[in-house]
Design a binder for this molecule. Sequence first.
Ligand code: DGL
Length: 272
Amino acid sequence: MSIGIFDSGYGGLTILKEIRKRLPEYDYIYLGDNARAPYGSRSFDIVYDFTLQAVKELFARGCHLVILACNTASAKALRSIQQNDLPAIDPARRVLGVIRPTVEALPSMSKSGHIGLFGTPGTVASHSYDMELTKMNPEMTLTEQACPMWVPLVENNEASSPGADYFVKKYIDMLLEADPSIDTVVLGCTHYPILMPKIREHVPAEINVVAQGNLVAESLADYLRRHPEMECRCEKNASIQYLTTESPEKFDALASLFIGEKVISSRVNLPN
Ligand code: DGL
């Protein structure tokens, strides 16, 4: 069986890239729901329905372990799927998200205990990061900033254009004005690492900017170490299969930009 990696579109490729760097031996299936992206501004119920359909598709293709490489899906659908759906579908399968592995790494990165989060409007409205962080570290504080223009900039291949600076700087200024003690900012959306060079330009040098890919990859490696019953089910041919709900030609062109290698995908229809 392969390890399934799901995202609303392209963003999860930034996570897949780091996972494959850390765990190159496994087989992976990447599924991007590009036809219905972005998820960031969609309601809780819709994100949950779409995510569950994608998880079922990956299960049907033989994945016993699925990573929701999308913060919006992790924030809005993960808990319900884990608690309500998995026991009925197959209690031996697992669905993991990207929020907890990110939050777990923060205490060692921040001296002030003041963390900033950039995310989609959906992730910010769910307050999932705040709940996870303060549950584990009540002394730390999180200030959240929604960045509705960042995903469109990335998806339209404008991440390095001069026009991107205005919106990159705008949300950074809003966050740092809201809490000037922030010493660590989290890119809580899998699209945002593509904007990293611009974000780094506008965030003061003494503030850490944290992308999630390597944290999620490390956490998956740790999970597989702790769960040999799952690890032994994962096939190891170092293969990767890409699926998209949009046109494969369209997906392949932009996907290679995210993952830095040639991508050949196939179209999949998710049942409603
Ligand atoms: N990749 C998604 C995330 O990490 C954001 C893209 C979207 O809005 O669909 O939240």
